[in-house]
Design a protein around this ligand. Structure first.
Ligand code: ZN
Length: 321
């Protein structure tokens, strides 16, 4: 009987021990999974936080145009520092004698920075900037009269000697609300693009002449034949540092080549090919008699298509190649 009791006791102890071991293991396993689950939650939360941070950063990023503008401003600021000493010897001060006080004050070089965005934001793919190069000419008044009939504004990039030759034409442009800008003295590729100093020298002289004749101190400019390929990065930095706003074009009428109404068809074809582009159309024209002769056809088309024909101003971001 005693042996039997002993066996039962041993069995009981073993059963108890097994139960304890099983329970202990169960607790360990449960804790392990709990800990894992907690870690996963933390990881998940961390991932969420990273995602949120990335999204926030993305939202904080400026639109590309804004970035581009900031970049330009930086470039202007740094190039101003680096070229000030070299350009000061040829950067002529505009003459003050013939104009009134308000007209002689040179505009701030970085007009883009200070102007409100209103003018820029009103510009879209229904905006056309007609630009006439190489004038003024004996028939500039006829161009101005025609533009007026269509309630159109335009921009004239003019050569120094022609401004002196036809001062009344320049005054008429200004009085009629058109923009006036610079287009060199020599209009000679080798002379104009010889160095940063030759580029600046011609622009400064051109600007002083325009100011003297019209009272407008314009920093709008177009280099002869456009900025590509002759305007090097150095030249571009130099003109930017002096506050010039360099405008190229995105529609080349080739009016000087066609010399007839084919230039109008060429413009229309190019505009149709760019139907989806977002910015303004900048159309290159010249003050030529043949251009004037077929200008009504172009103006008719642009008006029918609902384009707004505006003058360029210094608050606008220049269109460049
Ligand atoms: Zn030209």
């Amino acid at each position: 009987m005693g042996k039997l009791k002993q066996r039962r006791q041993v069995k009981g102890v073993i059963a108890l021990a097994v139960t304890i071991v099983v329970l202990f293991t169960a607790v360990l396993v449960t804790n392990y999974f709990k800990a894992n689950a907690a870690e996963e939650t933390t990881n998940h939360k961390n991932n969420e936080n990273i995602k949120k941070a990335v999204a926030a950063n993305y939202l904080n990023e400026k639109p590309e145009k804004e970035l581009h503008r900031k970049h330009q401003e930086k470039a202007m600021a740094s190039s101003r520092e680096s070229t000030d000493t070299t350009s000061s010897d040829i950067a002529a001060t505009p003459p003050a004698s013939n104009a009134t006080a308000s007209q002689t004050t040179p505009t701030e070089p970085n007009a883009n920075q200070t102007q409100p965005d209103g003018a820029q934001s009103a510009i879209n793919n229904k905006t056309v900037f007609l630009t006439f190069d190489d004038g003024p000419a004996s028939f500039s008044g006829e161009i101005v009269t025609l533009l007026e009939q269509y309630n159109a504004k335009a921009t004239f990039f003019m050569i120094d000697g022609n401004i002196r030759r036809y001062p009344e034409a320049v005054k008429l442009m200004v009085d009629s609300g058109h923009a006036v800008g610079l287009h060199s003295v020599s209009h000679n590729k080798n002379a104009f693009y010889a160095s940063a100093n030759s580029v600046l020298g011609e622009l400064n002289q051109n600007r002083n002449t325009l100011l003297e004749i019209s009272g407008i101190d314009s920093h709008l400019m177009r280099t002869p034949y456009g900025s590509a390929p002759y305007m090097t990065d150095e030249y571009k930095a130099a003109v930017a540092a002096n506050g010039y706003l360099m405008w190229d074009w995105n529609i080349d009428s080739k009016d000087w080549y066609y010399k007839d109404e084919r230039y109008v068809n060429s413009v229309i074809e190019q505009m149709n090919a760019k139907a989806n582009h977002s910015g303004p159309f900048v159309i290159l024209l010249h003050e030529r008699k043949e251009t004037l002769a077929h200008l009504p056809k172009l103006l008719d088309y642009l008006k029918q298509q609902g384009f707004e024909l505006k003058a360029i101003d210094s608050s606008m971001v220049p269109v460049q190649f």
